[in-house]
Design a protein around this ligand. Structure first.
Ligand SMILES: Cc1ncc(COP(=O)(O)O)c(C=O)c1O
Length: 400
């Protein structure tokens, strides 16, 4: 057989897509599945954004754009980031790509070198693409456990211990996938203090859920004194404007913007031109639809957290943002003989008709943390009620 590189063979995946394929197969076979697996809004993109895309097509905006993005969008993003983060952002600091995801790779490649022992600290549990891209890039991954006893914030002592002169990138993600934890200003200030003695350390602040905070206010680490320059802010349209399939993300950092732009020239050439015009409208047009979706996500959060906590053997903290909840199911595993969360996930899918993701799909679970499941509540209240009822029924059967 012709050889496949170790780099390619080492690539991980985003299990939401694997489970989605499994769910689609079962649905095609006529099974009824309530899915809490995929992290995307169940709403359609607001009409005025679609209209902007149609207008762009009619105006003939169908060619390549500058790799960094159209000036109108870079300006709109700069204004949006400056006003929501309370910092200065210029249009030239902004780069636009086909989603927030590509910036994970660009940032790793822009800040670390292969084989040099450059370290990247990343949250675990966490978005699985961080770990996968770190390994593929030849950097050294240093997992930072997020613990239930700290309500899934960082163990700051651990962060302090793991930093070294080899550290090049610290990945933060708030609001967080999969726990829904939103980092508070005081926590970010402490992180800023801890990283201050490390001048070679960049921060990758994955803020894709910044507009999806249920309680309190979103705070970016970029807005903490002394952190703007070293922080790569990453945000995008996927979650806030129900635009996952359009592919639109943006990053801001004054030093790295030209390098990101060169990476884009080397990969995608530019983000989709029609999508970019839709992106301008998403940020500069009316925000009522976004607010309506967010109100609905908050109501769903309240419903699912309450419902989960009524299930025997399940314990769920109330997430502050995004649309995920990360209940502890250790006791339920014990009661029903499930080996771990992955075993539970499989049994729920095939025996109860409920699709979720298991903790190991977000990295190796930290020692002593027990077993967790991720529910995405980007689904209707009826589905949430029905899904929880199916699980409740399954528990009764599994116990007997
Ligand atoms: C933490 C996190 N970062 C990045 C992304 C990717 O977003 P995008 O659709 O903009 O590429 C996701 C999507 O699920 C996510 O959860």
């Amino acid at each position: 057989m012709l050889p496949i590189s170790r780099r390619t063979q080492s690539l991980g995946t985003e299990h939401a897509f694997v489970v989605l394929a499994e769910v689609n197969k079962l649905t095609d076979e006529g099974r009824s599945i309530i899915s809490f697996a995929i992290g995307q809004p169940d709403f359609v993109t607001p009409g005025h954004i679609m209209d902007a895309a149609k207008t762009a097509m009619d105006a003939g905006h169908t060619g390549y754009t500058a790799s960094a993005g159209i000036p109108e969008l870079r300006s709109a993003v700069a204004e949006y980031l400056a006003s929501t983060r309370g910092i200065k952002v210029a249009a030239k600091d902004v780069t636009v790509a086909n989603g927030a995801k590509p910036f994970i790779q660009y940032a790793i490649l822009a800040t670390t070198d292969y084989g040099e022992g450059h370290e990247i600290l990343y949250p675990t549990p966490g978005f699985p693409i961080y770990e996968s891209q770190i390994a593929a890039s030849g950097a050294v991954g240093v997992p930072l456990p997020l613990l239930e006893r700290e309500s899934y914030s960082f163990d700051l002592n651990f962060l302090q211990d793991r930093l070294s002169p080899r550290s090049r990138l610290l990945i933060l993600n708030s609001p967080h996938n999969p726990t829904g934890r939103t980092l508070l200003k005081e926590e970010l200030e402490k992180i800023a203090e801890i990283v201050a003695p490390y001048p070679d350390l960049w921060i990758f602040s994955d803020e894709i859920y910044s507009q999806m905070v249920h309680d309190g206010e979103f705070v970016s680490i970029a807005s903490i004194q002394g952190m703007t320059e070293r922080t790569i802010i990453v945000d995008g349209a996927s979650k806030s404007y129900a635009m996952t399939g359009w592919r639109l993300g943006y990053a801001a950092n004054s030093t790295l913007a030209p390098y990101f732009s060169t990476w884009i020239t080397n990969t995608d050439s530019c983000a989709g031109s029609i999508t970019q015009w839709a992106g301008v409208e998403s940020l500069t047009g009316p925000q009522d639809e976004h607010r309506r979706m967010m109100k609905s996500f908050t109501e769903r959060r309240n419903l699912i957290v309450e419902g989960l906590n009524q299930l025997e053997g399940v314990r769920a903290l109330k997430p502050g943002g995004a649309f995920y909840v990360w209940p502890n199911v250790s006791e339920l595993c014990r009661m029903t003989g499930a080996e771990n969360a992955e075993d539970l996930r499989r049994r729920w899918l095939y025996e109860a008709g409920v699709a979720v993701l298991a903790d190991r799909q977000f990295g190796t679970p930290p020692a002593g943390e027990g077993h967790h499941i991720r529910f995405s509540y980007a689904t209707s209240e009826d589905n949430i009620r029905e899904g929880l009822e199916r699980i409740r029924h399954w528990i009764v059967q599994a116990k007997s």
